[in-house]
Design a protein around this ligand. Sequence first.
Ligand code: SF4
Length: 225
Amino acid sequence: MHKPIYDITPFSALDYPDKTACIIWFAGCNMRCGYCYNPTIVEGKGRFQYTDALRFLKQRHGLLDGTVLSGGECMLHKDLPRFAREIKDLGLLLKIDTNGTSPGKLKVMITNKLIDYVALDFKAPPKTFKEITGSNLFELVNKSLDVLLDSDLPFEVRTTYHSDLHSLADMQTILDLLLRKGYRGTYFIQNFVSDGPTLKRLGSSTPLKNENDLRSQLKVVIRNR
Ligand code: SF4
């Protein structure tokens, strides 16, 4: 029996912009970011089926605005579009948190109006992408950005910042790349914060504090400063 889901957070007021939502955490990921603070989700097995999650969502009917599909990497899972359709049929908004490595599926789901909002992780510039994510998947992420830019779907681009892994010049390179490609939304920098285990052992990060350290026409917002 396919069990793609690792866990469900029943309520969050922080993970879907201006909405209340539950978070569905999918097991497994095709990246291995050193700073990942969800090693048990990334390396663990799923414990729940789609039907379990749908039963939970039906019980919460009228209490939530939306659902966030996160992980791990939710887009890797088969039957995700069908699951998304069933969530939408319950009248819930759907946000996808993704590392951007499934541009084809993303396009199909947007075309079929299965997604209402996307948070795209843009983890590193091409030069350091492999070192930071343990993968060679930068071009797929770049394609996902193209898919989102070609759509009229609201989305955000964000980067988790750890001072051992990113330089200010790297962050500037990402900003310049986003602007060149035509992104005009807000760029979110999430300072790494974790007191639990991470995929790799890292030192503590010196947080970025000042948006003005970066120069761009894009609006930059630093979280967890
Ligand atoms: S931080 Fe990296 S390894 Fe962890 S879930 Fe996200 S993409 Fe996967």
